[in-house]
Design a protein around this ligand. Structure first.
Ligand code: GUN
Length: 295
């Protein structure tokens, strides 16, 4: 029987711990963490994520500064806002929701966020720190989705050391930092991507499979090793027809029903990685706040 990893519950526990910690800090220092949430334009998925992030942050006691900007804003105007937020005393974390419109250089914007306020852990300095640090440094700002995946893996109480982990996807947001985190857990890590030859065969040698490809139900049951652990990062909206009616459905990058029969543990979509990403954003904001208090 495969364990269905309950990301909702693990995220709820993490949020509860953060709420308690933030209340205690507020009592002691008479200050709360502040998170600036910057959205440019109206990409539907971004609006959903930003709303969810804002709601969760507020619930744990983080003050949210919402900056919803017009799609036509120039790169210079956006950079000016970041500059102000970098200087704003009560802002501890800055989140710029991606993707940005094509006319804005995403990396340039991410690079301009002060590394101490980098709620997403995307700044090159934090990326470098993650790559260099060998131990579990509690103060590191780590990209939220892969860190959420790691917490779920650690919660399984399975020894990760020496396990062959295959990460499908090489993005800066998920694939690359995921590989770094698994490496730190002493996994043997392979990063696969869209050009990987014989991807199915490679996956079938994975003790731990992390799928972050962005293709609905791409990973099939017969790609999966018996007793593997599968973490599905994909959130894909597909249309299904039932009784002549077209309905939207969220599915992951893994064919869940096929994979479930092979695995010892698997994350569902929705209710797996998604809630963890948001909880880890709140964690990063709290870390930035505590780092500032101790400066
Ligand atoms: N877009 C998709 N995932 C993310 C994320 O983790 N952070 C930000 N800022 N944008 C995203």
């Amino acid at each position: 029987m495969s364990q269905i990893i309950d990301g909702k519950l693990i995220a709820q526990n993490l949020r509860n711990d953060l709420k308690t910690e933030i209340a205690a800090l507020k009592q002691k220092f008479n200050k709360a963490p502040g998170l600036a949430v910057v959205q440019v334009g109206n990409v539907a998925a971004s609006s959903v994520y930003v709303k969810a992030k804002t709601k969760s942050a507020t619930e744990v006691g983080i003050e949210v500064f919402d900056h919803h900007l017009d799609n036509e804003i120039t790169e210079d105007e956006l950079m000016l806002l970041i500059k102000k937020l970098n200087q704003q005393e009560n802002v501890n974390g800055i989140l710029v929701q991606l993707p940005l419109p094509k006319h804005i250089n995403e990396q340039k914007v991410l690079d301009s966020i002060h590394p101490d306020k980098d709620a997403d852990g995307f700044h090159p300095l934090n990326v470098g720190k993650l790559s260099i640090s060998s131990s579990n440094d509690e103060n590191l700002l780590i990209p939220c989705t892969p860190y959420g995946c790691l917490l779920m893996l650690k919660g399984l109480k399975t020894d990760l050391k020496g396990k062959h982990a295959v990460v499908i996807g090489r993005s800066n947001i998920v694939g690359k930092p995921m590989a770094q985190l698994l490496l730190k857990e002493s996994c043997t890590v392979t990063i696969a991507h869209s050009k990987t030859i014989d991807l199915d065969k490679l996956c079938s040698r994975a003790d731990i499979l992390v799928a972050a490809i962005g293709k609905p139900e791409f990973v099939k049951g017969d790609w999966i090793k018996d007793n593997a652990i599968v973490i599905d990062v994909g959130i894909n909206r597909i249309e299904i027809k039932t009784d002549g009616e077209v309905k939207n459905k969220l599915v992951g990058d893994v064919d869940f029903l096929e994979a479930k029969s092979k695995t010892t543990a698997i994350t569902p979509v929705p209710g797996g990685v998604g809630p963890m990403t948001i909880a880890c954003l709140l964690r990063n904001t709290t870390i930035s706040f505590k780092n500032k208090l101790s400066q």
